[in-house]
Design a protein around this ligand. Sequence first.
Ligand code: LLP
Length: 436
Amino acid sequence: MSDVPEGPRAASDGGPAVRRLADWEANTLAELAAEHGTPLYVFDPARVRENCRRLTAAFPDTEIQYAAKAHTGRRTLQTVHDEGFAIECASAGEVQRALAAGIPGSDVTYTAVNPPARDLDAVVKTWEEHPSLTITAGAADTLDRLAERGFDGRLRIRVNPGIGAGHHEKVVTGGHPKFGVGLDRVPELAESAAERFEFAGIHAHAGSGISGEQLADHRELVSRMGDLARTLEDCGLPVETVDVGGGFGVPYREEAPALDLEAVAAATREALGETDATLAIEPGRYVVADAGVLLTTVNTVKEAPEMVVGGIDAGMTTLLRPALYDAYHAVRNLDTETDDGEDRETVGATLAGPVCETADLLCENRPLPRPERGDLLAVGNAGAYGYEMASTYNTRPLPAEVGLDGDLLRRRGTVADVTEFEEPNGFAAAAPRSDQ
Ligand code: LLP
C-alpha cells in the first residue's frame, strides 16, 4: 500500500495519521505503572475513535467491519460500533462477545475458518435469535454443515483470490489453500448458495500488515474480486457486498512512514471497477495498533561479552509477536526521561522475557539507553494482537490492561485463574487400581 510521510492532521477529528511511541506522555504512563504494576497494557479508546474517523473519511460509501480479533475488549467493540463500524468475528466466542457488548446481530459477521461443530452449533443458535447476522463461509463443506443445522440466513462466500500479502509469511492468507473457495469454483457454489441461503456477497482477505510495497498485490486482489462480482451479476446473482478484507499496515518502526489511506482507498475503488455491490473492508490492526502500549520493568541486567541483556517482566506470554513473527516493536526507556533527564550511554541491548525459551526476546542488540534494574520501558503499537495473543504459558497469569484515563479494562490474572479449570483429583481418577 502506498506510503506518505506523516503529515499535518488528516481530518479535524481523525487526529494525526499515526501516533508514535514518542507521543505518549511519559508521566502518565509512569503513574499508571506505579498504580497497576507491570507488565501492563495501556489502551486509549480516544485514539481508536480517531483511527475509525480517518478510515470513514477515506472510505465513504463503504461498509467497514472491525476485525475483532485484533483487540476484543468490550469498550473497543462499543467504540468502533459507535463510530459506525460493524464487527467481523473469527469465532463463536467473538460473536458472543460482540452481542454481549450490545452490538446488534445485523452488524455482526462470523467468518468461519474450518469451523468446529461447537462453533457452528453456537452461531446457528445465536442466528435463530438474531436472524440478521451474517456468516462468511470458505468451503462448500461449511455450506452443507450450515444447511444441516437449519441455517438459511445471510451467507457470504469466502473466495481464495489466488494472491496474498502481509508482513510475514505466517499471516499471508490470500492464495493459501486453507482459506476460501477457488475463484473458478465460486459461480457454481454461489448459485447453490442462493438456493439454500440468502446470498449476501463475496469476501477475500489478502493477509495482515500490508506494506507500501505490496499495494500492487492488494490492487490485484480487489480487481479479481470486482471481476468475480460482475461474473456473478451476469449470471443473475445479485451481489450485495464485495468484501476485500483487512490488512492495512501500520508503521512499527519509528522512521517508517504512515500509510496513505486516501491513496489506498482510491486504488481500491479503481481496481474494483463498476459494480452494483457495496464495497466492504475489514481492518483490525489499523484501528487499534497505535492505541495501545505495553509497559514493562527491567528486573535483571547482565553484561554479556556481545551485548547487554536486560531481563524484563513482559515475555512472549505477554506479547507474542516478536517470538512468532520476528516482529519489531519500538521500545522507549521512560526512566531516562522522568529521572531528570539522566544521561545514559547507548548500548546494543537485548531485552529478554522471563520464559525459558530463546524465542522469548523482545529485541536483540538494539541501540537503546543502557538498561538499569527498575527501568520502566514502553513498547509501541501493542494495541493490536498484543493482549489478544497473550497466554498463561509457564503459569504466568495474564497482564492487566488499563485505559489511558486510568480505568481498569482487564484486571491482572492470578495463578488461581490459571488453575481454575484443573480438576484437583483428575489424576487420582485415572490412576491404576492398586490390585492391577
Ligand atoms: N479479516 C479477516 C478474515 C482476517 O483473518 C483478518 C486478520 C482481518 C480481517 C484483519 O486483518 P488486519 O487489518 O488486522 O491486518 N496475529 C497477526 C495478525 C493475524 C491476522 C489474522 N487475520 C499479527 O500479530 O501480526
